[in-house]
Write a protein that binds this ligand. Structure first.
Ligand code: GLN
Length: 522
């Protein structure tokens, strides 16, 4: 599979499943190696059933998840029922969507009927949402099979998944290291072959950074492109759900399935979904103008990361792209602005967890007043990082400090948007490393929040300005994956897939890639 630098999803699926059929049955190891496109193609061709694909994922979870700890909740029964329905309708000749029967891991920050929603927090332990997030109802409508809920930093605050109240997730490439965060469960599930697809959310980098350190494709769509209805809010003006996958085409298929206007979300924008799947397949970037962001390099960047990035940029040039250097001078202030805006919005959003409406309630002994119960519940229910941000945000929004902190940060946000606008007058996309370093060891940064925050140095500008951005595997540094980030103007998400698809093919990131070659040794 990896010897062919341009495997077409369909032929790869056919070859694998034919080999499996020759040995009597679709062996679970073969099935879990398939891309989402290949899984769907095999199901559509009748070479593999959705039940077999789902069972293979469930078997893989049973085998490796004690070590990886990606899943917080596995819904085997619901997944198999959804898969059976796909098989029955396919047998009846119904035309199904391009991801019908493909298993998926869902970040536990999106509500789904019939499953718990914890957001990685004790405060929501045992809470079952009575409704589906729009992303979830679109996945169900597309006949994607939901395997269950995956781990995350509490309320999506973090870069390592170590802030989960339910214990950390491990990086399948090296289980002593972090899988990134906050969508670490989503990334680890896909990298450990527990699911070909996952949904993550990205407020400051939480899809792209885990994708980079787990060797995956991860996309933060344009803000407003994917509905936030049922996405438990951390920072409402920044949060966006998006795909994690093993290939650019798989990410595009998932993006297309979840995107589009939703009247239930007032920040959802009513514009056509960019043609991401077609763009992923085009594989021709001659004449595309690419800007390398000068400010996202230098001090603090691992030399291995920089070397892989430089090699990827040289590949873009070899493919016929016109590469220039571009300056975005205010990107330097993105991180401090983010750490005022995101905590401010979080302090307001998380006020709803008051012991009255959802989940946990501590100290309600018939004597204590409402305020006392709220305070004891929040004390017991939130972890240290969430509390730090609520305190920081409350301070930044308080009268007398509002202008100096929150107001100032919003002005910086405008300057960053202007940097993007100026850059996109010169170029079609911008590129940078996705993260300054590869995955670090578990525990290395838990006591140093600022060091942890620096993981998102390159990803935060796109959240602040609202534009879409992708992380794509750029190679390995000492056996650990690193990513290249591609950024585009708002609602030009297709450009990410155009450049990403061509670059993926040329980098042949899959040669010797454990995800599509041999399973990681778990
Ligand atoms: N790591 C960043 C933070 O802790 C981004 C998180 C995210 O994108 N959800 O805020």
């Amino acid at each position: 599979m990896t010897d062919n630098p341009t495997p077409s999803a369909t032929t790869t699926a056919a070859a694998t499943t034919t080999a499996a059929a020759a040995t009597g049955a679709a062996a679970a190891t073969d099935v879990v190696h398939l891309t989402a496109a290949a899984t769907a193609a095999a199901i559509a061709a009748g070479e593999l059933s959705a039940v077999e694909a789902t069972q293979a994922a469930l078997d893989r979870i049973a085998k490796v998840d004690d070590t990886i700890h990606a899943f917080l909740h596995v819904d085997a029964e619901g997944a198999l029922a959804a898969a059976r329905s796909v098989d029955e309708r396919r047998a009846a000749g119904e035309r199904l969507g391009p991801l019908a029967g493909v298993p998926l891991a869902l970040k536990d920050v999106l509500t789904a009927r019939g499953m718990p929603t914890t957001c990685g927090s004790r405060i929501l332990e045992g809470w079952h949402a009575p409704y589906d997030a729009t992303v979830v109802s679109r996945l169900r409508a597309a006949d994607v099979v939901l395997l269950g809920k995956v781990n995350m930093d509490e309320f999506a605050m973090g870069s390592s998944t170590e802030n989960s109240a339910y214990g950390p997730t491990r990086n399948p490439w090296d289980t002593t290291r972090i899988p990134g965060g906050s969508s670490g469960g989503s990334a680890a599930a896909v990298a450990a072959l527990e699911a070909p697809l996952a949904i993550g959310t990205d407020t400051g980098g939480s899809i792209r950074q885990p994708a980079a350190v787990c060797g995956l494709v991860g996309v933060k769509p344009t803000y407003g492109g994917v509905s936030r209805y049922g996405l438990v809010a951390f920072s409402s003006s920044l949060d966006q759900a998006g795909p994690l996958a093993r290939t650019v085409t798989d990410a595009a298929l998932l993006h297309a399935a979840i995107a589009g206007h939703d009247p239930l979300d007032s920040t959802s924008v009513d514009v056509p979904v960019p043609a991401v799947v077609a763009a992923a397949g085009r594989r021709d970037i001659r004449g595309v103008r690419v800007g390398v962001v000068r400010e996202l390099a230098g001090d603090g960047y691992d030399p291995g990361v920089e070397a892989a990035f430089t090699a990827a940029v040289e590949t873009l040039t070899a493919l016929g792209a016109e590469v220039v250097e571009v300056s975005c001078p205010h990107f330097t202030y993105a991180l401090p602005a983010y750490y005022l805006i995101a905590p401010s919005e979080c302090s307001s959003n998380l006020a709803r967890f008051d012991a009255m409406r959802f989940g946990l309630r501590i100290g309600d002994d018939g004597q204590a007043g409402a305020e006392e119960v709220m305070s004891r519940t929040r004390e017991a229910g939130f972890g240290p990082e969430v509390k730090r941000r609520i305190i920081l945000g409350t301070y930044a929004l308080s009268s007398g400090y509002y202008d100096a902190y929150y107001g100032q940060a919003q002005k910086v946000r405008t300057l960053i948007s202007r940097d993007f606008s100026a850059a996109f007058e010169q170029v079609d996309v911008l590129v940078s490393p996705t993260t300054p370093t590869p995955a670090f060891p578990l525990g290395a940064k838990v006591d140093d929040p600022v060091a942890m925050y620096l993981s998102d140095l390159c990803t935060i500008p796109s959240n602040l300005a609202g534009g879409p951005a992708m992380s794509l595997p750029a190679g390995l540094v000492d056996g650990l994956p690193v990513g290249i980030q591609i950024m585009a103007p708002p609602f030009a998400d297709d450009r990410l897939y155009l450049v990403g698809g061509a670059l993926e093919e040329a980098l042949d990131a899959r040669r010797g890639h454990p995800l599509l070659d041999e399973a990681p040794a778990l």
